[in-house]
Design a protein around this ligand. Structure first.
Ligand code: TYM
Length: 336
């Protein structure tokens, strides 16, 4: 049970396809580090996944795959609460209440909705539009204080803070919801697409060659890195020389992060080399950190009942905190 005023970490990952290097380096690696020192709740956010239509059989498979991914990356269900969002009804209940606190003007500023809805906004689901309110509900349902995420979720986190603040003010409940702090990796907050260094690596990109999936084999990783877009210049000496070379910068950033170095250190080591040589070294470090995770995911996936058991145990623990907090919210709002 979480004690009053205790620091609490919450984060979520959508079960919408294979987990990739961006999810791992931008968020999940941090999840694992945080569980060593803080109480943590990690959620497979299946309610978020259906904001665009998902085939039910595939969704079921992806929920278990993402759970396997959590465990394979090093999350320990004895230390962290691991569960899926739809199994704790408080997420949907609080989300409705927060829909009534959040403002249309705030929603209209959300860049991710604009990107995902594209040109055909009128045809996007209402769920996709109010998705950030559900994300705020996920966090506030547990009164979480810290939220590890990649840089792309920063705006949603700012919104969650605004909603928490407005709820506390509207209902004169000073400090009822803590204002959640984003925890964003400084060294690698956004892993970019291997095909276009100005776009983030994403599950929804049509090209498989744009990302490294955690389940990719050694050969697939080598092939994808070999094909990764770069430019014709060799690796420069100075960081400032990378300012107009987004693809080169991305690959060098990934290498630096995985070798516990920094960009300066990597440039010292690699300057003057052409990219084909560097790409071999990069493939090696990606393979050694990713392939053991992929192999573990494949192993865990074979035992569906084990994964379901872990989610059920997590659901019980999450529900205990959620129902207590939701009861307080309902009293504050004035429900009888
Ligand atoms: P999702 O499922 O898109 O991504 C899961 C996590 O991975 C991070 N991430 C990246 N980090 C760096 N580079 C990338 N290319 C990259 N791609 C993804 C994301 O920032 C995220 O941390 N809305 C969230 C899920 C969510 C959530 C929450 C997160 C729902 N409720 C409450 C935190 C708290 C999302 O779609 O993440």
């Amino acid at each position: 049970m979480v004690k009053k005023n205790q620091k609490l970490v919450f984060s979520g990952v959508q079960p919408t396809g294979n987990l990739h290097l961006g999810n791992y380096l931008g968020a999940m690696k941090n999840f694992v580090d945080l569980q060593k020192t803080m109480s943590c709740i990690y959620c497979v956010v299946d309610l978020h996944a259906i904001t665009t239509f998902k085939n039910p059989t595939e969704l079921r498979g992806n929920i278990l795959d993402t759970t396997a991914g959590f465990l394979a990356c090093g999350l320990d269900f004895n230390k962290s609460i691991i569960f899926n969002q739809s199994s704790v009804s408080g997420h949907s209940e609080l989300s409705w209440i927060l829909n009534c606190v959040s403002r249309v003007g705030w929603m209209n500023r959300m860049t991710q909705f604009k990107e995902k809805a594209g040109k055909n906004k009128e045809n996007a689901s209402v769920g996709l539009y109010v998705y950030p309110n559900l994300m705020a509900a996920d966090i506030l349902l547990y009164k979480a204080t810290h939220v590890p995420v990649g840089d792309d979720q920063k705006q949603h986190l700012e919104l969650a803070r605004d909603i928490a603040q407005k709820f506390n003010n509207d209902f004169k409940s000073v400090n009822f919801f803590p204002l959640p702090e984003p925890l964003i990796q400084k060294k690698l907050s956004r892993v970019m697409s291997l095909r276009d260094g100005t776009k983030k690596m994403s599950k929804s990109d049509d090209s498989n060659y744009s990302r490294i999936d955690l389940k990719d084999t050694k050969d697939e990783i080598r092939k994808k890195i070999k094909k990764a877009k770069t430019d014709s210049s060799p690796i420069p000496e100075k960081v400032s020389d990378l300012s107009n070379r987004p693809e080169a910068l991305n690959l060098l950033n990934i290498y630096s992060f995985l070798t516990n170095s920094n960009l300066e250190g990597t440039l010292n080591l690699m300057q003057g080399k052409d990219f084909s040589k560097f790409k071999e070294a990069l493939s090696d470090v990606i393979i050694s950190s990713i392939c053991p995770i992929g192999e573990e995911i494949n192993k865990l996936k074979k035992d569906k009942s084990y994964l379901i058991k872990i989610l059920k145990e997590g659901t019980l623990k999450a529900s205990e905190i959620a129902s207590k907090n939701l009861k307080e919210v309902k009293e504050i709002v004035g429900f009888v």
